[in-house]
Design a binder for this molecule. Structure first.
Ligand code: GTP
Ligand code: SPV
Ligand code: MN
Length: 648
């Protein structure tokens, strides 16, 4: 079976020699730590492919670790690392479950740091559009090559003195193919080794097709992560002042420093599978998107696959693992965060999930909201910044499990906590990291190298006002505009404070690997490909609120009612009416049987003043932020929406 995709192999470390030379940090003979001088505690350097070996040796020259540990990702190795972490006091066993652990970070290292995430290209415009009138760019951060060199020189030389360097070889899809993209990543924090085992495919899991001693292993992408300690809190090394998450897409390199949390340091995730991959995808004609992938089967047994892009902490994991409330429907999970999609020779858009695990938001997860996630995380799971009970269980806001008498809770900050306390017991961005294979509803094709055929794409976000439960775009161009115009309330997944509604085109604002204007051209170009069947595009909003601030829509399993309508629309059913913003379900077209009382009128109302303001805001944003890089098709869509709203 030939694969349609370029796979990423992340054997983690970076081609430091290349990197160091590029940054003039490589001084031959200066630190004469040859292959022999370098202590290898585990594995055999000599048996690595040449580029990987060079990567290790040159990395050691630059960073001067005490020794090197070549990881293979085996269970035995994982257990050893866990035991070490426990001994060091970095993690604690959650005794009620099988092989579940709690890590508490330094309270300053709790989320992605967008302000310190940069992309390095020769020309600024290759990374970001240049905003009009000197405004600050909101579509990514560019760093010049010179500034990057300085930043590296300030951080890296000698930064691993006295510490172990881990070398990882893993990849993000289980099947090796001719077009596999290999990557390297070297996490310094053993905590990251454990989470990596969850998130990627390690050498031991893929031994049938590739081992860490594979001589064919070449490097196509690589990442290095270091964390230095200034003052240790919770035994969690980090350096918030000097945190930098840097990407060099031309060289497919990622260099991350100072943070051990989530997307800052699980380099295979947002850094690699979105920022670097979106650039590779643009060059090669496919798409790397911040999307869940699900399979949905109707009561007649017909199945379709749908991908959905919601910003961070806006419901991807929940939708991907949904238990439909509508009888007879079945949802199966292909992925909960990232989709790589490519048209096949029959013109169908096919998607794979490049990850092997879930790094999911803990608060709000319960047997009622997401029972499949709850079942997934009962074993082999690393929890970070959740609360714990004195009988060895995890705990968080919205877990919906009353505390029995005598049970006490320790918060993520290590303090005694009781219900009703002002501060939450779990950090709002606390997460579980669990192997996807443990999810009871994984799709039978979730690891298929051919991917799954995507018929519909859903955009969405947290919109407390004005935006209806669901609408469908008129056509592909309009759909691309709907993605462009996406906005959502800020969440705890990054450092933005308050509940301000932010623009977040395609849920990719923090993850674009290149200029957003060119990204739009790439999406628009799909329409001009010969013989492709374009998916239909929809927009959903589970988060509209009433005047008392309560959600109008019950969400979670009830979202299956919306998926049912989308499913029938994909089948060509005439169950929609036209509005100025798109098609909405015709009266009676949404199955509301057994739903209980929901103010459907309010949920679908389109207040004219709201939409007038919305159009104004979108115009200002696109004109200022995308400026001359905005494709003319998008200006035309904006004008058309403006006209339709005027006539409301
Ligand atoms: P990332 O992992 O950061 O990309 O987030 P995500 O998009 O996977 O979001 P997730 O599914 O983890 O949901 C984030 C929060 O939104 C959780 O607290 C959920 O309980 C809540 N949530 C998810 N779906 C719904 C819904 O349909 N209605 C409501 N009210 N809340 C929801
Ligand atoms: C997100 O922020 O979209 C996440 C969490 O999934 S992180 O892995 O930290 O990027
Ligand atoms: Mn998620």
């Amino acid at each position: 079976m030939s694969s349609l995709y370029n796979r990423i192999l992340g054997c983690c470390t970076l081609s430091v020699k290349h990197f160091a030379a590029a940054h003039r940090l490589w001084v031959p003979g200066l630190h004469t730590r040859s292959l022999h001088a370098l202590q290898v505690l585990n594995g055999d350097l000599e048996r690595l492919s040449r580029p990987v070996r060079e990567f290790v040796v040159s990395g050691a020259q630059l960073c001067q670790p005490e020794n090197v540990h070549i990881c293979n990702g085996s269970e035995e190795e994982n257990n050893r690392i866990l035991a070490l972490l426990e001994k060091q006091g970095m993690i604690k066993r959650l005794s009620k479950y099988d092989n579940c652990w709690l890590a508490r970070t330094d309270p300053r290292d709790v989320a992605r740091v967008e302000s310190k995430t940069v992309i390095i290209t020769k020309n600024q415009r290759d990374t970001v559009p240049i905003p009009e009138g000197g405004a600050k760019c909101q579509l990514g951060s560019w760093m010049s090559e010179e500034s990057f060199e300085r930043a590296v020189a300030e951080r890296f030389p000698g930064c691993m003195k006295g510490r172990w360097k881990k070398l990882w070889q893993f990849r993000q899809f289980p099947v090796n193919t001719d077009t596999t993209l290999h990557g390297l990543f070297s996490p310094l924090l053993p905590y990251l080794c454990v989470t990596c085992v969850c998130m990627q495919y390690t050498s031991s899991q893929i031994a049938h097709s590739l081992s860490y001693t594979d001589k064919k292993f070449t490097i196509h992408a690589s990442g290095e992560i270091f964390v230095t300690i200034e003052e240790l809190k919770n035994n969690w090394p980090c350096n918030p002042q000097k945190t930098l998450i840097a990407h060099v897409p031309d060289r497919r390199e990622i260099i991350s420093f100072g943070s051990g949390y989530g997307g800052n340091s699980l380099l295979g995730k947002k850094c690699f599978a979105l920022r670097i991959a979106s650039r590779i995808a643009k060059d090669e004609g496919w798409l790397a998107e911040h999307m869940l992938i699900l399979g949905i089967t109707n009561p007649e047994g017909r199945k379709k696959y749908i991908a959905a892009a919601f910003p961070s902490a806006c419901g991807k994991t929940n939708l991907a693992m949904m238990n439909p409330s509508l009888p007879g429907w079945k949802v199966e999970c292909v992925g909960d965060d990232i989709a790589w999609m490519k048209f096949d020779s029959d013109g169908r858009l096919r998607a794979i999930n490049p990850e092997n695990g879930f790094f999911g938001v803990a608060p709000g997860t319960s047997m009622k909201t997401n029972p499949n996630a709850m079942k997934t995380i009962l074993k082999n799971t690393m929890f970070t910044n959740v609360a714990e009970t004195n009988d060895g269980r995890f705990y968080w806001e919205g877990i919906d499990e009353p505390l029995a008498s005598g049970i006490t809770v320790t918060s993520w900050l290590g303090k005694q906590w009781k219900p009703g306390d002002k501060d939450p017991c779990a950090h709002p961005n606390s997460r579980f990291c669990a192997p996807a294979s443990q999810c009871p509803i994984m799709d039978p094709d979730w690891e298929s190298p051919d991917g799954v055929p995507i018929e519909g794409i859903i955009f969405g976000g947290r919109r407390p006002k004005g935006v209806p439960l669901v609408y469908e775009a008129f056509n592909w161009k309009h759909g691309v505009f709907v993605g462009t115009a996406m906005r959502s309330e800020a969440t705890a997944a990054a450092e933005h404070k308050g509940k301000v509604v932010m623009h977040d085109p395609f849920a990719m604002r923090p993850f674009f690997g290149y200029n957003f204007g060119r990204y739009l051209e790439h999406w628009l170009s799909m329409e001009h490909r010969h013989g492709v069947r374009l998916p239909k595009i929809f927009h959903v909003n589970w988060f509209r609120k009433d005047t008392n601030g309560n959600f109008l829509w019950p969400g979670f399993g009830q979202n299956s009612r919306v998926l049912d309508w989308i499913f029938r629309r994909l089948d060509g059913e005439q169950s929609a009416v036209e509005t100025p913003i798109g098609y909405v379900p015709a009266s009676g077209a949404l199955n509301l049987q057994g739903l209980g009382k929901v103010d459907m009128e309010e949920l679908f109302s389109l207040p004219k003043e709201f939409w007038e303001q919305e159009v104004k805001d979108i115009r200002k944003y696109l004109m200022e932020q995308v400026n001359i890089d905005l494709p003319k098709e998008m200006s035309a869509e904006l004008e058309a929406l403006e006209k339709r709203v005027k006539k409301m």
